[in-house]
Design a protein around this ligand. Structure first.
Ligand code: VGL
Ligand code: ZN
Length: 214
């Protein structure tokens, strides 16, 4: 897969301050992908960003549920939801893209998780698995047939985005050197197995950047 191709989009997932060291839900070495993400975005014909964008008191925050701790789970109307520290609250520093990310290189930004009662890991569908974010319509209207996913975190938002992209019929690649994981109770291995099993291919940044016909 090559991101210079007109029918291919690069989806850069949640490279935001709160997911980087020092942030409220820091992913280990989350900021270690910024340089590669910039190189890929600047080469891509269709770079798209996603931004986790929660209202204060969001239902995915442990603090919104009496007696609940972060990294536990709760049953919401649509099923089991993991509970997180407050993070990516709209219009706060934590919700901003990492300052080193060349966000201006993006052609489109998708905000997700802004409905009080529904979390959204995937760039395509919220956690009720029904509510669309609008990204599929956007990509379809631009003739996109293939997507390469990078960003934070491998085993949550990247994972759900990859699985939905496959379900929607996109040729789908993940570039793990440009991803970092939370890895909660084996979630990284489980995510890898599920992504491979459904047909996602692992690609290097070098391959995504190449323009060979091989
Ligand atoms: C994410 C947990 C909560 C992510 C977002 O970007 O992977 N994880 N919100
Ligand atoms: Zn979130």
């Amino acid at each position: 897969m090559q991101i210079r191709n007109n029918d291919t989009a690069l989806i850069v997932i949640d490279v935001q301050n709160d997911f980087c060291p020092g942030g409220a839900l820091a992913v280990p070495d989350g900021d270690g992908i910024v340089g590669t993400a910039n190189a890929l975005m600047n080469a891509a014909s269709h770079p798209v960003l996603t931004q986790d964008w929660h209202p204060a008191g969001h239902s995915s925050f442990a603090s919104a549920h009496k007696g609940k701790e972060p990294f536990s789970t709760i049953e919401l109307s649509y099923g089991t939801q993991a509970l997180w520290p407050d993070h990516c609250v709209q219009h706060t520093h934590g919700a901003e893209f990492h300052p080193g990310l060349d966000a201006a290189a993006a052609r489109h930004t998708v905000r997700k998780g802004f409905r009080q009662e529904i979390d959204s890991y995937s760039a395509f569908f919220e956690n009720d698995r029904r509510t669309a974010t609008g990204l599929h319509d956007y990509l379809s209207s631009h003739g996109i047939k293939a997507v390469a996913c990078i960003g934070l975190a491998t085993d949550f938002c990247v994972f759900y985005s990859v699985m939905d992209a496959l379900s929607l019929g996109y040729r789908t690649a993940i570039c793990e050197e440009a991803c970092r994981a939370i890895d909660l109770e084996g979630s990284l291995e489980a995510a890898r197995t599920a992504m491979r099993g459904k047909g996602a291919v692992e690609v290097s940044a070098a391959e995504l950047l190449s323009s060979s016909t091989a």
